[in-house]
Write a protein that binds this ligand. Structure first.
Ligand SMILES: Cc1cc2nc3c(=O)[nH]c(=O)nc-3n(C[C@H](O)[C@H](O)[C@H](O)COP(=O)(O)OP(=O)(O)OC[C@H]3O[C@@H](n4cnc5c(N)ncnc54)[C@H](O)[C@@H]3O)c2cc1C
Length: 174
């Protein structure tokens, strides 16, 4: 993980890794009207003194909500609250039907960890409609072999954009 290099073009306070230095209430260090959250920030982890919140969705989604609440609080003349969340654990899938997980200190591996990984992510998919779409897709995928996916856009993310900007036909998906 590394913060967006765009930050280096600002005059905001950054740490040695290029992360935006924030306070525990998610305001940028030394500034009262600038806020930060998520992967690009260094927010002190109140549950682990001396450390910073890890670059994970677990923190990013909670910080986003806390940041929104704090902005509203300040606009209404109240003090912002400190952000604090104890890391619940990690889950990861390793290919098909295998995974590893450590949840609340309990280590799990193999199929149960893979299932936990899938179930956890399903619980985070927003809206019922989207949940049904993803669940249907996963269920259908059980009946077939692995999908083949073109990865060119990961290696050359701006290729198509550059072609269109030059007035050329889209570069195609080879
Ligand atoms: C492969 C992978 C697996 C992961 N698995 C997990 C996991 O299992 N559990 C977990 O908790 N976390 C996981 N993470 C980490 C998690 O995805 C991030 O911590 C989280 O998405 C950070 O949220 P964010 O809002 O800070 O940044 P992002 O989600 O990266 O959002 C930043 C947004 O800003 C946009 N942007 C960038 N530059 C500009 C610009 N110049 N102008 C306008 N918009 C811009 C981007 O397009 C993007 O939409 C994983 C990450 C990766 C890459």
């Amino acid at each position: 993980m590394r913060p967006n290099p765009l930050l280096a073009d600002t005059d905001l306070p950054l740490d040695e890794r290029g992360r935006l230095i924030c306070r525990t209430d998610l305001r940028v260090d030394g500034l009262d009207d600038v806020w930060g959250s998520g992967d690009c920030t260094a927010v002190p982890d109140l549950t682990n003194p001396g450390a910073y919140c890890s670059p994970s969705a677990q923190h990013a989604v909670r910080q986003a909500k806390a940041l929104g609440d704090n902005v509203v609080a300040v606009l209404r003349g109240f003090e912002p609250s400190d952000y604090s969340h104890r890391h619940n654990g990690s889950v990861a899938s390793l290919g098909l039907y295998k995974g590893v997980a450590q949840v609340y200190g309990v280590k799990i591996k193999g199929f149960p960890a893979w299932w936990l990984h899938r179930t956890y992510h399903m619980s985070k998919v927003p809206t019922t409609r989207r949940k049904v779409q993803v669940l249907t897709d996963w269920t259908i995928a059980l009946l077939f072999k692995r999908d083949v996916t073109s990865l060119w856009s990961m290696h050359e993310p701006s290729r198509e954009f550059a072609a269109i900007a030059k007035g050329e036909p889209p570069a195609g998906r080879g």
